[in-house]
Ligand binder design. Structure first.
Ligand code: AMP
Length: 425
């Protein structure tokens, strides 16, 4: 049997797999600098965790969850998003609030696969729990944007909106429902259902006739209570102070029930139909709904596959920051091994090929591993206390004293641009 990966899943093999891990590591660095700590939580939860938080009427819960009963009849679901699991874990473990947490991992949604949309995908997320200030919203928004820019995505735009709170949303909702009811026949069947459960979600619909029907619709931002209006003004003022360019989008409501006040999204025009790199918002009621204390919170989730798609493609011939130690004869192997161990101790990635007895075969191995250079150990050079460094890109070879080899290699690795944190091209 020739096994194939399931529909909607991806394999990451080198060099793309290195890029994925390097992007996750970069995300961790950016988050830790802003005082976030890692949280790791299960890939599956009791189904009710997602139903309770995301809303039974949300597309994710209604159509996209991978749910199953386990052998003991428990109803479980592969996580379609991170926030509910984080909130559950914080409360279950009695984590002290306020806290700032970040995560990376796989998420699962049963949707029609296309470029940028998969059934298993990776998200990078943060949750700032217990912070109410509009300055936190802006700081969190900037964090995502900073990550994309440090990753090398130059066309990431930030879009923001406010969707109100428990106080002002009911009145707005009534207004919107009245407006939509008059245009019910112009709405797609999904939106007609949304009208009953969560009319705000109609703004999410990509259907052209629904969009036309909404052209003159009232929008949440025009109907905020004074608390929400001043919070949002605070977010915008802080974004300006942080010099983060953004645009306003009155229709940005996001697909989950738990958001209130600020919503935001990162968009890249190079991605085509699936142009959202990530998004998030404030969710001040969710922790309480999970049985915890009333706790304001704000967070985001970024899509790693889309981030990689928005970057220029990896050059498959690009050399790595890897040194190949090459030996001339069996008698030189132990010296080669000492050098190999020394390089690794000094933080330089190094490999050796024990099986290839001929020099040419060893060079071929080095080349297929995309090493940037070889260090040749043996012969007269070794007797002089030296070795040869061969640059695999140029073919140029130079003799170096064994005592200087680490220093020399460091310089070359720095100059070659084949850095191990190879997120960018
Ligand atoms: P959401 O929670 O739906 O707003 O998702 C946040 C981000 O995760 C999106 O902006 C995408 O970048 C990414 N994402 C969501 N669903 C998928 C999917 N099915 N495949 C790939 N990436 C996804």
């Amino acid at each position: 049997m020739k096994a194939r990966r399931p529909k909607g899943t991806l394999d990451f093999v080198p060099p793309e797999s290195d890029r994925l891990r390097a992007a996750e590591e970069l995300f961790g660095q950016v988050c830790r600098l802003a005082g976030f700590e890692a949280v790791v939580f299960p890939t599956f939860e009791h189904t009710e965790v997602f139903v309770k938080s995301s809303g039974a009427g949300s597309d994710i819960v209604a159509k996209e969850m991978y749910s199953f009963s386990d052998r003991a009849g428990r109803e479980l679901t592969l996580r379609p998003e991170g926030t509910p699991g984080v909130v559950r874990a914080v409360l279950e473990n009695g984590v002290r609030l306020p806290c700032r947490l970040y995560y990376t991992g796989s998420f699962f949604r049963y949707s029609q696969p296309q470029k940028g949309r998969y059934r298993e995908f990776h998200q990078l997320g943060v949750e700032a729990l217990g912070e109410a200030s509009s300055r936190t919203d802006a700081e969190v928004i900037r964090l995502g944007s900073e990550f994309f820019s440090r990753l090398g995505i130059s066309d990431c735009r930030t879009v923001v909106n406010s969707i109100g709170c428990r106080d002002c949303r009911p009145a707005f909702r009534g207004l919107l429902v009245g407006f939509l009811k008059e245009r019910r026949e112009q709405l797609c069947t999904d939106c007609q259902l949304r009208l009953a459960h969560n009319p705000l979600r109609v703004f999410d619909c990509k259907n052209a006739t629904c969009r036309n029907a909404l052209a003159e619709a009232p929008v949440p931002r025009q109907h905020l209570c004074s608390g929400c209006a001043s919070h949002f003004a605070g977010v915008l003022a802080e974004l300006k102070r942080l010099e983060l360019p953004f645009s306003l989008d009155d229709r940005l409501v996001r697909g989950l029930d738990y958001y209130n006040r600020t919503t935001f999204e990162y968009v890249s025009d190079s991605l085509g139909a699936q142009d959202s790199l990530g998004g998030g918002g404030r969710y001040d009621y969710l922790i309480e709904e999970f049985g915890g204390p009333a706790t304001p919170a704000v967070g985001f989730a970024l899509g790693l596959e889309r981030a990689l798609l928005a970057l220029p493609e990896v050059d498959p011939t690009r050399r790595r920051a890897l040194v190949f130690v090459v030996w001339l004869t069996e008698a030189d192997i132990s010296e080669a091994q000492s050098l190999l161990a020394r390089l690794r101790r000094e933080g330089i990635a190094a490999r050796i090929d024990y099986d290839a007895t001929r020099l040419k075969q060893q060079f071929r191995s080095a080349d297929s591993a995309r090493a940037c250079c070889c260090v040749i150990v043996g012969g007269e050079e070794l007797m002089r206390g030296a070795c040869a460094i061969k640059d695999l890109a140029s073919g140029e070879q130079t003799e170096v004293r064994l005592s200087d080899v680490v220093e020399q290699l460091r310089r070359r690795l720095a100059l070659s641009g084949s850095a191990p944190a190879g997120v960018s091209r």
